[in-house]
Design a protein around this ligand. Structure first.
Ligand code: EPS
Length: 376
């Protein structure tokens, strides 16, 4: 079983991920992990924090001479900003009277976290709830991406909308292959310009923006997931993993919510026989039927809500005094949809690697590759 766990606070010394169950002899390209970390930091609308960080992965265990050993892999991404925060964040004694946050932000974990964890300073909540943690998740997702690639399974994705600027076109996997070279990861240059203008306008209003990302998976054979046990459905597993990402409020597979508006004849992908193979001429199901992959491309969309730290401040209550006030404003991103795209893509890679290994078993890559090749 492939499992992972991350640790780390936003302004602590660093982030780590431990991945267990990756088979031996998987080649790890550190430069590729760093490239995805850089992509996660890119995008239009990011805040000043990204000028401080310049994320690089350090592999602490589980890899020797660029190949996995089959042992737990520990990845680390340093927080450079810790140099400015050590005084307030050090585990060995810190000034907890400064950098307090009590004017809790609507939409953030602040208030509910304070109550649940019996704290009086939302710093103790937001440090972990922060999306900074996604940096190391992307590093771990990249290991899963390399695992999938060995089997011929490829994953890509793009930004489909920023606030209300939406790209309704359908793209082929090939058209999306180099989309990370495009600004905002939007394939349509004119729409990208409009999205940037929208981000500028929202920033001028001291407000924030969300968006929608679409992930595509090609090369996954049929039969991953289960129609027998609810807990093992592929769509449930992917949606659960993606909903676990900060700021994600919705996940769709294939037509998603649109399917509810259409008739069955305009939804279900009809099946034909061609040269002894079952084929479908549409993919409204997004590659998943009955909780199992059906061999078509997986199409998954995720909706990111606008970031909850607004420079204009929303109405709230001071947790300490009980008085009405405006929510705290920390330095913040206006829009982090590109980061979100990379994080969702990485999370999908990880969740898929789990499902693949769950079905195929295997301790080393040779075993797994052979088993995958034998599948229809
Ligand atoms: C975040 C707040 C900001 C973001 C951060 C997520 O950090 P800070 O409070 O230090 O300005 O920049 O995201 C990252 C640091 C990152 O690397 O993505 C939040 O509250 O979620």
């Amino acid at each position: 079983m492939i499992r992972w766990m991350t640790s780390g606070e936003s302004h602590g010394s660093g982030l780590t991920a431990i991945i267990e169950g990756i088979p031996s002899n998987l080649e790890i390209d550190v430069a590729e992990i760093d490239a995805y970390l850089a992509l996660r930091q890119s995008g239009y609308g990011r805040g000043a924090r990204q000028k401080i960080e310049s994320d690089r992965v350090r592999i602490l265990s589980g890899v020797r001479d660029r190949k996995t050993l089959g042992s737990p892999i520990c990845l680390m991404v340093e927080n450079r900003d810790y140099a400015n925060w050590e005084e307030y964040m050090s585990p060995y004694g810190a000034d907890t009277t400064a950098r307090r946050l009590t004017r809790v932000r609507p939409g953030h974990a602040d208030l509910t976290g304070l109550l649940k964890y019996d704290q009086t300073d939302a710093r103790n909540i937001l440090e972990r709830a922060s999306a900074r943690e996604t940096a190391v998740r992307v590093a771990a997702g990249c290991v899963a991406r390399m695992f999938l690639r060995e089997l011929g399974i490829e994953v890509t994705g793009y930004v489909r909308s920023v606030a209300d600027v939406c790209d309704d076109r359908e793209y082929t996997f090939e058209q999306l292959r180099d989309v990370k070279d495009f600004e905002l990861f939007m394939p349509d240059a004119a729409l990208c310009e409009r999205a940037k203008e929208r981000i500028d306008a929202i920033k001028a209003d001291k407000d924030t923006a969300g968006g929608i990302v679409e992930i595509r998976v090609r090369g996954l054979k049929s039969g991953f997931g289960s129609c027998m046990s609810y807990g093992e459905k592929l769509d449930g597993h992917l949606a659960g993993a993606v909903m676990g990402i900060q700021a994600i409020k919705g996940v769709e597979i294939g037509l998603g919510f649109e399917a509810a508006r259409r008739r069955g004849s305009a939804v279900h992908d009809e099946i034909y026989s061609e040269n002894g193979k079952f084929v479908r001429k549409s993919n409204h199901a997004g590659g998943i039927e009955g909780g199992m992959s059906n061999g078509e491309e997986i199409v998954l969309r995720a909706a990111m809500k606008p970031i909850p730290t607004l420079m204009r401040g929303l109405n709230t209550v001071d947790f300490e005094t009980g008085e009405a006030c405006r929510a705290a404003t920390e330095r913040s991103d206006v829009c982090a949809i590109c980061a979100c795209e990379i994080v969702v893509e990485s999370t999908v890679c990880f969740a898929l690697a789990q499902k693949v290994q769950e079905r195929l078993g295997g301790d080393n890559m040779r075993e797994i590759e052979e088993r995958y090749r034998l599948l229809p």
